[in-house]
Design a protein around this ligand. Structure first.
Ligand code: G6P
Length: 763
């Protein structure tokens, strides 16, 4: 049966049933009332008859009774009246009433018993009769019985008429309610359903990915949410399928999220993955009365999330959002990503003194400048070192707690914040497979040797089965540092260290970015020109050419050197004044540290000074934007900029360089890249510069702007091919493959017994 027919039947029956029950109730009440009224009237008549007949019966004047009884015949609805003596003998009766009496009393004529009046209804033929009998007495002496009969048929007639009206009412009500309900349903459901159908059909044909246009009522919200998720999943699946098809077609072996997922599931099998980092991938913050979830700006999240999603793993990190506490459960767990939970985030809360000593102090005033060698002195305080150890221990305990029930867990420790963790974990859980990835450079042994706790740091790191750096040079520096510090066996062929019977492999894994193939990103030349002018106009500047720099305001990034190079450029090539503007996006970073506060001030003053020197009318050479920008806010600058400058004094990798390349789907733009970044080993088609050579950088800016379109396009195409093929998924796959292939062999004494880690993922 069709839905609408079923709905109609259901509604009709329902409404009719309710209306009929109501009418039945009213009929009962009416019938009861009419009968009660008739009974009351009959009682009055019977009493009157009793009063009239009593003196005659007492006087024995039975002959006068007939006259008295006959007078009652005219009462409304009276059908008959009769008087009996005390023996039940009929004394007098209204004419023609015999059959009625016989039907009422049969052979048992009424006998007088004081106070024994009765009233009842009975059927006589097709009529309904009400009979009231009343003892006739003088004082207490019984004289006989008076009986009056009323015709109650008029009650049935009234009931019949009531039912006729009631049924017509029920019918009208049912029709009206059913029609109205169907109209409302049609209005409120049919139209949204029609719109949803249209939307689904567009979705199926790949013509939309927006949300369906459904009413705002709460009842539609779950449907709306599910529909939006469906659209997202479908478009992701479609994109993955297109990508896979394209790869198959091109016979390439490019890494995608899907390929990584399958790879991890086969390599890591049933084992679960655990990640530890200082920065958390999602933080919760208060926004008005609501709690919002945001992703902190970090390449780390992009890199590690696919791994955790693929294995439903656990990420342990420091809580940083002011609403973080309100979103975790009793075990400090929260499932993420919020819109489609796939793994667990465990948050660790640090006391202010712990954060000060561990994060600001030892990690960022000690290890950060120590490893970067950017001419900022490392500061080593004993109390910072103490907090660094305490916090490493706290994270280790949290991890040990998480892996308690896991057999052979796989643990990926991130960065210089946790050098002591690998040893702490392996001491308790030798069956765990532990890797640490060092996201910053590793300096030469002399430089590292100034750290008072270098032996403890190295010992902590060598607890790991695998240590990853961005480039081979950092691996070499690390092995040299170990060699100069301990009695350890270094296997230079295999890049492994043997210490206390345990082997640690040291490998380069150049980290990367997502690379979207979306050709819609490629705007036309004219559109880019207009977009670029619009971007600059929004910043209050008129210029046809744009350069961009995107950095945390950190002394390792060479921002001041870059500004001075721009100044030299405008001095040497004045024709570019009024033509070219450089926008520096600078995210404030580690602002509790004095060096960073000073740097922010210095960068601001330097930008102002250069602007004062060159600005003309609505043009200025430099725009400094000292605030955090989301990836989507940065993207238009990348897409429009004629050049991007990365001039770090020293950098592990630098993902800005790769992000700029990945966002140039139009094949335009040029990258100026410091040769002291890890990225410079891979992006050899960038214009490579020494950030300490200000003249050289000014010339590089000039060269980038003057380069022929053909050369620029050819360089960009080669760099894009490289980044496309060495994307973030490949980085993750290579790291996991190496770690999964290491044989944990606690008893073995010879490195020859340990299998060479697989390098399949590097293909
Ligand atoms: C570097 C480090 C990361 C760190 C990032 C931002 O890239 O290698 O571990 O997360 O800087 O610094 P922050 O101190 O804000 O986390």
């Amino acid at each position: 049966m069709r839905l609408s027919v079923r709905l109609n039947c259901f509604l009709t029956c329902g409404v009719a049933l309710v209306s009929l029950s109501l009418a039945l109730f009213q009929a009962q009440v009416q019938r009861h009332g009419l009968r009660r009224e008739l009974g009351r009237r009959a009682q009055v008549v019977a009493e009157s008859l009793e009063r009239s007949t009593a003196p005659l019966l007492l006087a024995g004047a039975a002959d006068r009774l007939q006259n008295v009884v006959d007078r009652f015949v005219n009462h409304q609805h009276l059908a008959a009246a009769a008087v009996y003596d005390t023996a039940g003998k009929e004394l007098v009766v209204t004419p023609g009433a015999q059959p009625l009496l016989a039907a009422a009393f049969g052979s048992a004529a009424p006998k007088p018993r004081p106070g024994d009046e009765t009233s009842r209804f009975f059927s006589f033929g097709r009529r309904s009769i009400c009979v009231v009998t009343l003892p006739v007495a003088e004082d207490t002496m019984p004289l006989g019985v008076a009986a009056v009969f009323h015709d109650a048929s008029y009650i049935d007639a009234q009931q019949a008429s009531f039912w006729r009206r009631a049924l017509a009412g029920v019918l009208a009500q049912t029709v009206l309610i059913v029609c109205l309900t169907l109209l409302i349903l049609r209005w409120s459901l049919r139209r949204p359903l029609a719109r949803l159908t249209g939307w689904l059909s567009e979705l199926r044909r790949g013509k939309t990915s927006a949300e369906p246009d459904l009413p705002e009522e709460a009842a539609f919200q779950p449907l709306k949410r599910e529909a939006a998720r469906l659209a997202n999943t479908l478009s992701a699946a479609r994109a993955a399928a297109v990508e896979e098809a394209r790869l198959r077609d091109a016979a390439e072996s490019r890494w995608t999220e899907e390929r990584l997922r399958i790879f991890i599931q086969t390599r890591v099998a049933a084992r679960r993955l655990f990640v530890i980092s200082n920065r958390e991938p999602y933080e919760h913050v208060h926004r008005g009365n609501a709690i919002e979830c945001s992703v902190p700006a970090s390449g780390l999240v992009t890199a590690l999330e696919p791994i955790l999603r693929a294995s439903d793993g656990t990420w342990i990190a420091q809580a940083s959002g002011h609403a973080d506490r309100e979103t975790v459960d009793r075990d400090d767990h929260v499932r993420v990503p919020p819109e489609h939970p796939q793994y667990t985030l465990r948050r660790i809360w640090l006391a202010p003194e712990e954060e000060q000593g561990f994060y600001f102090g030892f990690a960022n005033e000690g290890l950060w400048p120590l490893c970067h060698i950017a001419h900022t002195r490392p500061i080593f305080r004993a109390q910072d070192w103490e907090q660094y150890r305490v916090v490493n221990r706290r994270f280790a305990e949290a991890l040990l707690d998480e892996i308690e029930q896991e057999e052979h867990p796989v643990v990926l420790v991130q960065d210089y914040h946790f050098a002591l963790l690998p040893r702490m974990i392996k001491e308790q859980r030798p069956d765990a497979r532990v890797a640490i990835f060092w996201h910053i450079p590793w300096p030469n042994p002399e430089a590292f040797g100034i750290c008072p706790w270098q032996a403890e740091l190295l010992d902590g790191l060598l607890g790991a089965d695998l240590i990853g750096f961005h480039v081979q040079a950092h691996c070499n520096n690390f092995l040299e540092t170990v060699d100069r510090t301990f009695e350890a066996r270094i296997d230079r062929d295999r890049f492994a260290v043997k210490r206390r019977g345990h082997f640690t492999f040291v490998r380069p894994f150049p980290i990367s970015v997502l690379f979207s193939e979306d050709s819609a990103e490629a705007g036309s030349f004219e559109n880019l020109y207009i977009e670029r002018a619009g971007l600059l106009r929004a910043l209050g500047v008129e210029a046809p050419m744009l350069g961009v720099g995107v950095d945390r305001v950190d002394y390792t990034k060479g921002i001041l050197e870059r500004f001075r190079a721009l100044e030299t450029f405008f001095e040497k090539y004045p024709i570019y004044r009024g033509q070219f503007t450089f926008v520096q996006i600078g995210a404030p970073s580690r602002t509790h540290i004095r060096t960073y506060q000073n740097l922010m001030e210095e960068v601001t003053l330097e930008a102002e000074r250069i602007n004062r020197r060159f600005r003309e009318g609505s043009w200025k050479p430099l725009v400094f934007l000292p605030k955090h920008h989301s990836h989507s806010e940065i993207l238009p600058y990348y897409r429009c900029a004629d050049l991007c400058m990365v001039t770090s004094l020293h950098d592990g990798m630098n993902l800005v360089a790769k992000e700029y390349i990945a966002s140039r789907a139009d094949g335009q733009g040029m990258l100026i890249l410091s040769r002291f970044t890890g990225a410079s080993h891979e992006l050899t088609d960038a214009l490579q510069v020494n950030p300490y050579d200000i003249e050289g950088m000014a010339d590089a800016i000039h060269r980038a702007l003057e380069m022929s379109p053909e050369e620029r396009a050819a360089r960009m195409a080669r760099m894009r091919t490289y980044v496309r093929e060495h994307n973030i998924y490949r980085w993750a796959a290579t790291l996991i493959a190496e770690l999964a292939a290491i044989r944990l062999a606690p008893g073995e004494s010879e490195p020859a017994l340990i299998r060479e880690p697989a390098v399949a993922a590097r293909s």
